[in-house]
Design a binder for this molecule. Structure first.
Ligand code: AMP
Ligand code: ZN
Length: 493
């Protein structure tokens, strides 16, 4: 297993600059990522956030760190506005579907992990549900109260941002001067104050309630992330991740609560935020409806890994515009990648496949690609550059097939494109039968494209096959194929 001594540079939202990552405890990293609110399917924008967390944790692990990655499941307390306004997302969904809140939560949690598995996103080390941690939330709120940061008003317990001088440090906005967008809660002293515990609200009939020192009720949304991350990662930890929308309110409030409770600063040292996936110039969002799910991409003929490949083609801190055309481009690129891996596997032979390692005795050229790949990821997780290095490696005719394959697998420990499985499928039974089946499948797809006069697609399939050393010959009834004599993989473009 390759392991190297590079330094990871991350853009830290706290401070707004690139910083060299150092963990609190040598060799170990604690990562917390805000998980889904399970009132509906994840949309493909949400999945961008989880692929970002996946690339981060896989990179850290490949660098040799022992990573504890914690993800929460929000099944209580999340209102449609992050600032305590709007509908309760879980309640509304349960009512609309005529089901219980926990039944809804259970259904969409399963659906979420089904999606992440299909995208080869690794399971977090700890997955924790908010409803299982209300005791921890009550304890943490008690500490915040004991330290003098709270007030009771209209039956709810609020966090008083006026008592917390560094409030808004993460978002760099003077929050106290910013007016809330919607009608203000008259119970609040300051529009940025937020609820820690609800006993009285517009949801008098809230389905889930617990006893607490402040009365029977339920927690605010932000407190769950503070309580669960502290439980599993300690009062100070290394990295907190989430979507960019969480900077001004949710993460700002998480910091205020956690530091007010423990008195320790900084609560979290590195804040990693992914930019949005956008569609037609707007953010994709669950609450606005009409969003795309992974299943809707699958129904349109795309493999979940095509979408993963599409996401890797953009840097996590840049907005990414979703379009069917660019997904199609990603699909074709991944297909070419898979074909090349099959060719390399067929050349290398099964024994090379099982050796697996590319750590020692690498040729200078292969080592060059691998080092550049590592540098790309260590430079704020640049997956587009990392992908380019993978392509360079597998296209280089001077690199021996077994070596290229071993290095590609090593790179794939972060990219997560299941290249190992592809190669093994090609090798099964020691012959090319899987690969040949794939060629037949591509030819059938090309014939179908020609039938509907989609010549661009037909041509692109011909090109993909040619790049893999396969020539097509269109006969009157069928298309024949044969391997180009003495073919070797073409050099890098
Ligand atoms: P939610 O389930 O709404 O709490 O969101 C789950 C995660 O997805 C959070 O980290 C959000 O910041 C993130 N997110 C929401 N919308 C998008 C989007 N359009 N693109 C990327 N990330 C998003
Ligand atoms: Zn959170």
């Amino acid at each position: 297993m390759a392991q190297h001594a590079g330094k990871l540079i991350l853009y830290n939202t706290l401070g707004r600059e690139m910083q060299t990552f150092e963990p609190l405890v040598q060799g170990r990293v604690g990562v917390y990522g805000c998980g889904p609110t399970v009132y509906n399917y994840a949309h493909i924008g949400n999945l961008r956030a989880y692929v970002t967390h996946d690339i981060l944790t896989r990179t850290l692990r490949r660098m040799g760190y022992e990573v504890t990655y914690v993800m929460n499941i929000t099944d209580v307390g999340h209102l449609s506005g992050d600032n305590d306004e709007g509908d309760d997302k879980m309640l509304k969904s349960a009512e609309e579907r005529g089901k219980g809140v926990l039944e809804i939560a259970d259904f969409y949690t399963k659906a979420f992990f089904n999606d992440t598995e299909r995208m080869n996103i690794e399971r977090p080390s700890v997955v924790c549900k908010a409803t299982d941690h209300v005791g921890e939330m009550i304890d943490l709120i008690g500490r915040i109260e004991a330290n003098g940061y709270t007030y009771l008003s209209g039956g709810n317990l609020y966090f008083d941002v006026g008592k917390f001088p560094t409030y808004g440090e993460l978002s760099r906005r003077n929050e106290r001067k910013t007016r809330a967008r919607v009608q203000e809660d008259p119970n609040k002293r300051n529009p940025q104050d937020f609820v820690l515990w609800f006993t009285k609200s517009k949801f008098e009939d809230h389905a889930l309630v617990w006893d607490s020192p402040w009365g029977r009720g339920y927690p605010g949304w932000h407190i769950e992330c503070s309580a669960m991350s502290i439980k599993y990662l300690g009062e100070q930890f290394d990295i907190h991740a989430g979507g960019i929308d969480h900077v001004p309110i949710h993460h700002t409030n998480e910091i205020a609560q956690s530091e007010a409770a423990t008195g320790k600063r900084p609560w979290v040292r590195f804040w990693v935020h992914n930019e949005f996936l956008v569609q037609d110039k707007g953010k994709m969002s669950k609450s606005s409806g009409g969003f795309l799910t992974l299943q809707s991409l699958a129904d349109a003929g795309y493999d979940p890994l095509d979408y993963r490949y599409f996401l890797l083609g953009g840097h996590y801190r840049s907005q990414l515009q979703f379009s069917w055309e660019s997904l199609e481009t990603a699909k074709n690129a991944r297909r070419s990648l898979v074909e090349r891996i099959r060719v390399l596997a067929a050349r290398a032979g099964p024994e090379r496949l099982d050796q697996g390692s590319c750590a020692s005795g690498l040729s200078e050229q292969a080592n060059g690609y691998l080092s550049a790949f590592n540098r790309a990821l260590e430079d704020d997780l640049s997956t587009p550059r990392a992908l380019a290095e993978l392509w360079g490696l597998i296209r280089n005719p001077d690199i021996e097939a077994g070596e290229a394959l071993a290095c590609a697998f090593d790179m794939d420990r972060v990219l997560g494109l299941k290249l190992d499985g592809v190669a093994r499928a090609a090798m099964r039974d020691g012959d090319d039968s899987e690969w040949e089946k794939e060629i037949e499948r591509l030819i059938a797809e090309r014939t179908a494209a020609k039938k509907v006069k989609d010549y661009a697609k037909a041509d692109s399939i011909r090109t993909i096959l040619k790049e893999q050393g396969i020539l097509l010959e269109d006969g009157p009834a069928v298309t024949l194929w044969h391997k180009i004599q003495g073919w070797t993989a073409p050099p890098e473009d």
